[in-house]
Design a protein around this ligand. Structure first.
Ligand SMILES: *[C@@H]1O[C@H](CO)[C@@H](O)[C@H](O)[C@H]1NC(C)=O
Ligand SMILES: *[C@@H]1O[C@H](CO)[C@@H](O)[C@H](O)[C@H]1NC(C)=O
Ligand SMILES: *[C@@H]1O[C@H](CO)[C@@H](O)[C@H](O)[C@H]1NC(C)=O
Ligand SMILES: *[C@@H]1O[C@H](CO)[C@@H](O)[C@H](O)[C@H]1NC(C)=O
Length: 151
């Protein structure tokens, strides 16, 4: 019983949280729709698996912004593929949420960044996936659906 109460308390902290602008040039956090490489929504097909994140449109080289006050919890460097130009990202916390942004080159990997301030730069996704709708991939640390945190 006690466990249930604690869980509800945690959920309430995040209730109503919305991401502010993530990428310069995309003021309303427009999601990636469909392109020849796939679809941007949570649960979309990815090879034999499913997409456990949400893709927000972001042109290559754009500035990536803090969606609310965040703390930076370390950089991400994925070594197990050939997509070396876009396989970087950052772990973040804020507003009670733990999440990561991928295909972003962070300016720094620790400390805090205020809402609307720059976190880093969108990496050159067109070089790896020509014709894709370039996007930042948002993934919650528990792999749940981030969509409710967007309008
Ligand atoms: C978001 O902004 C884009 C470009 O300014 C616009 O085309 C689009 O209709 C907007 N979407 C929503 C849901 O407001
Ligand atoms: C997808 O599943 C098929 C059939 O099981 C398998 O042959 C293929 O290697 C799988 N692809 C990936 C990327 O895991
Ligand atoms: C975000 O951080 C700024 C600067 O530290 C502070 O003034 C503001 O109150 C914070 N906003 C929230 C919602 O915590
Ligand atoms: C990655 O690149 C190496 C060297 O070019 C190549 O041998 C390998 O097949 C590539 N792997 C994938 C999964 O594309």
């Amino acid at each position: 019983m006690r466990r249930v109460v604690v869980l509800l308390a945690v959920l309430c902290v995040c209730d109503g949280v919305k991401f502010g602008q993530l990428c310069s040039g995309n003021s309303n956090n427009t999601m990636r729709t469909s392109d020849k490489w796939g679809d941007g929504h949570y649960g979309a097909r990815r090879g034999n698996g499913t997409h456990k994140g949400l893709d927000i449109v972001c042109s290559d080289g754009s500035t990536v912004l803090a969606p609310f006050n965040v703390t930076l919890e370390g950089g991400i460097n994925i070594f197990n593929d050939n997509k070396t130009t876009i396989n970087r990202g950052i772990n973040l916390r804020g507003e009670g949420l733990c999440f990561k942004l991928l295909s972003v080159m962070p300016d720094q990997t620790s400390g805090s960044v205020g809402k609307g301030q720059r976190i880093g730069t969108m990496l050159p996704m067109q070089e790896v996936y020509p014709g894709i709708i370039s996007h930042v991939h948002i993934q919650m640390c528990d792999r749940t659906d981030p969509t409710p945190y967007f309008n």
